[in-house]
Design a protein around this ligand. Structure first.
Ligand code: ADP
Ligand code: MG
Length: 483
């Protein structure tokens, strides 16, 4: 039995993000997911002789946005290269990529591990195009080819080997998914293949400074598979090393059915892609002005807003995490916080009332009907004790959703939901209750203080639940203590 705790797992990722551009990387073909196979192709994406690729500015902009968000250095001079190999879903016989001069170098993605943050360094980001799709499981005798994906723009993000566990890989992939959605450059959907990763794994004895030899598990398109592949591969490598054997550099395939990895090719058979400069695309020069304009348009980033929500608004880790998950939720909170000083209550209202309401009604958050000042007024009324929690959330909130143009106070008055917080109205009710239960009053005075709840209940019943509990409690105790 091997002792895994003596070993450290080291992981570096190569992440592919499929961009949500309307057209492909080097021609005008549409990119709609799920279209009828082979309907989104043209002589350019099929690589017919005599056709010429043309760069898609939307891909360049997405690359620069992502790079700037990660704090990378943007290359002023970019070049494109051909990566040559034969495969049936690659009709051109090569992919256009960036080998020698990638668009971004350096930078880091902050990932959240519990309440701690860790910076995962980025080696570089390059632009490239996707290949078509081979479908092996729909026809018993043939592999089917769908070339709709051939030429769809991708960004490849290559990390430094900074990750140390499957949990960290999960946090990185979630963070990357969140970021590309936040920037609006991809839907980050792993199930549909918009986000996938190759996982490079090695192990070393704890305390060692040098890295061990690594294997690369190709094309993992779900976190569940990535976790299983990492667990299996780490165990395999540790067992080898403990038996005194070497890990050999392999490119591996993960088989979800068996949960095991198997070699696709070894180091000796490593692909020689014969990279050479793409002769049909001139180098791309990005000016300082272009880069500055993209930087200018960059929104505040999720981890910045998380910190802002914790430090400036005093939200909990849970609240800040949830509200900074998606850009529209963060924006909603910040707008609401402009109208109320009760930040935690505002967070609570969004998380526990507004988001569930939107989900139930199948309405996107930005179409939530009630305006921010009305929501702020509602929070203020609850805070001031003008309305009870139950009346606020069970009655006034739904009323406000149905009549978003009417002020909450007006609605509360109209539907008789305001609490009685006026002493003159409450005192007679309290006295009535005390007079109705003289023996209980005596018992209370002899020490059965638990009866306070009973009296409160009686008063609430007589006021239809509208008595302000804090005020009622004070007035009640004053009278019970009188003798
Ligand atoms: P290559 O040039 O062979 O593609 P790179 O140095 O570019 O190799 O690394 C490719 C990926 O492998 C990167 O994500 C990197 O972080 C990761 N990687 C490199 N060395 C190791 C290692 N010893 N263990 C785990 N991952 C590694
Ligand atoms: Mg590589």
């Amino acid at each position: 039995m091997s002792d895994q705790s003596k070993w450290e797992i080291v992981i570096g990722l190569e992440v592919h993000v499929q961009l949500g551009t309307r057209s492909k990387a080097f021609c005008g073909d549409a990119t709609t997911f799920g279209a009828e196979p082979n309907t989104q192709t043209s002589p350019v994406s099929l690589g017919h002789p005599g056709t010429l690729p043309r760069l898609n500015e939307a891909q360049v902009r997405a690359a620069v946005m992502l790079g700037l968000a990660l704090g990378a250095t943007i290359s002023h001079r970019n070049s494109f290269d051909r990566k040559n190999y034969f495969y049936t879903d690659l009709p051109k016989g090569y992919q256009i990529t960036q080998d020698a001069m990638p668009v971004c170098r350096g930078g880091a993605l902050p990932i959240k591990l519990g309440e701690e943050w860790k910076e995962v360094r980025i080696h570089h980001i390059h632009m490239e195009e996707d290949a078509g799709k081979s479908i092996h499981d729909q026809d018993p005798r043939h592999t089917l080819i769908d070339l709709n994906r051939a030429g769809v723009p991708l960004l490849e993000i290559v990390t430094e080997p900074d990750l140390r566990s499957a949990d960290e890989v999960d946090a990185f992939m979630s963070g990357m998914r969140q970021l590309v959605r936040w920037l609006g450059i991809s839907d980050g959907n792993m199930e549909q293949g918009s986000l996938r990763c190759d996982v490079n794994i090695s192990v070393r004895r704890r305390g060692d400074t040098a890295f061990g030899e690594r294997c690369e598990v190709k094309n993992l398109n779900s976190m569940r598979y990535a976790r299983r592949a990492i667990a299996y591969e780490a165990r395999r490598q540790i067992a080898l090393r403990e038996a005194g054997q070497e890990v050999r550099r392999y490119t591996l395939h993960f088989d979800p059915a068996s949960g095991t990895t198997s070699p696709l090719r070894g180091k000796e058979a490593a692909h020689d892609y014969r990279y050479f400069p793409e002769p049909d695309l001139p180098p791309l020069v990005l000016s300082d002005e272009y880069i500055a304009a993209v930087r200018e348009a960059l929104p505040a980033l999720p981890w910045q807003l998380y910190r802002h929500m914790r430090a400036q608004f005093g939200l909990s880790d849970y609240e800040a995490g949830l509200l900074s998950e998606e850009r529209h939720t963060a924006t909603f909170f910040l707008e609401l916080a402009d109208h109320t000083p009760h930040f935690a209550k505002a967070a609570n209202l969004i998380i526990n009332r507004i988001l569930p309401w939107c989900k139930e009604q199948d309405v996107p958050l930005h179409s939530f009907p009630a305006p921010k000042p009305a929501l702020a007024e509602l929070i203020g009324m609850v805070e001031a004790g003008e309305i009870s929690h139950s009346a606020a959330w069970q009655e006034l909130f739904p009323l406000l959703c149905a009549h978003p143009d009417t002020r909450p106070r007006t609605l509360a008055e109209k539907h008789d939901l305001l609490q009685q917080s006026d002493e003159e109205a409450l005192v007679p009710v309290i006295e009535e209750v005390l007079a109705a239960f003289p023996d209980k009053v005596v018992a209370w005075r002899k020490g059965k203080k638990g009866l306070t709840g009973f009296f409160m209940g009686q008063i609430m019943r007589r006021t239809g639940g509208k008595a302000d509990p804090r005020l009622t409690n004070r007035l009640l105790l004053e009278r019970l203590k009188e003798e």
